[in-house]
Ligand binder design. Structure first.
Ligand SMILES: O=C(O)CCC(=O)C(=O)O
Length: 277
């Protein structure tokens, strides 16, 4: 028996508009201490920062721990039902005043998964208009998939520097500002982007992808962690969290899962995942 996290109007909002308005998952000091842990890893192993682009939950025990946090899973259960897989944790970090950005795109362009992936975007630093917070087109998860092109813009924080290359109505675009410890959840079909970080701080987002066990993904077989309930479908190979408290000892273990997920995200791409280079 689990406790519901969201009220009915929040659940309806997510279904109707494809995103959840900000809710607090972590206390501010929990977000600050997770940020410190990530930055400590980056400082000690700068050459391994790319390892956090995908499956960061298999490298950093604190991220694995968070992906199984009761508060987060109660929220996810309200949106996806009682049997939950965690597919991936990804850090999206925009350094201050570097021109980094994410162009408009739909994650459904490269992740063919039904019914949908629920992406939890957690702020570990202030995500504001000024720092380039997530921006969405409300309701666009119900639109058809628009045409995408892979890009070569080194300032893009997206894996394939992808962008929508056909006209669409962005007049209703909405910035989702988040304080550290707050999350929004987006349906992976929603059109989203984020602007420049013109603040003095890094903008650090941790994206955690969840799906119900009945979800079906096209393409190569992939791996995920059963974080709540039971899996009667076997659509994913179940994996465990990190093998060690020491991130360095987890790199080899992460490799197979990283290869599996990047086969999907980089299918037919000219780009390569940083974590495997
Ligand atoms: O964190 C951001 O600003 C955007 C990230 C994003 O859209 C993605 O990784 O698909």
């Amino acid at each position: 028996m689990t406790t519901s996290f969201l009220n009915q109007s929040q659940i309806e909002h997510f279904k109707e508009f494809g995103f959840l308005p900000p809710v607090r998952i972590l206390a501010t000091d929990e977000a600050i201490s997770l940020r410190a842990e990530v930055e400590n890893f980056e400082a000690r192993h700068p050459e391994l920062a790319g390892q956090l682009d995908f499956k960061a939950n298999l490298i950093l025990p604190a991220v694995d721990h968070l992906s199984r946090d009761e508060r987060l899973l109660n929220l996810m259960e309200d949106l996806l039902g009682p049997n939950l897989l965690h597919w991936n944790s990804t850090f999206r970090i925009k350094e201050a005043n570097t021109g980094q950005h994410a162009a408009w795109h739909q994650d459904t362009a490269y992740i063919k998964l039904k019914p949908f992936l629920a992406i939890c975007w957690l702020a570990l630093s202030p995500a504001t208009q000024k720092s380039g917070c997530l921006r969405v087109i409300p309701g666009s998860h119900k639109w058809a998939l628009l045409s995408h092109q892979e890009g070569h813009d080194s300032k893009s924080i997206l894996s394939r520097a992808q962008f929508i290359d056909e006209p669409f109505d962005d007049s209703t675009a909405l910035d989702i500002e988040l304080a550290p410890g707050e999350v929004t959840i987006i349906n992976h079909g929603i059109i989203h982007s984020s602007g420049l970080n013109q603040s003095d701080d890094r903008r650090i987002g941790l994206l955690m992808d969840y799906l119900p066990t009945h979800a079906i993904k096209e393409g190569p077989r992939d791996t995920a962690i059963l974080v709540r309930g039971e899996d009667h479908f076997g659509h994913f190979d179940l994996e465990n969290g990190p093998v060690s408290q020491d991130p360095l000892e987890n790199i080899e273990h992460q490799k197979r899962s990283l290869e599996a997920i990047t086969q999907t995200l980089y299918a037919d791409s000219e780009h390569k995942p940083k974590g495997l280079s």
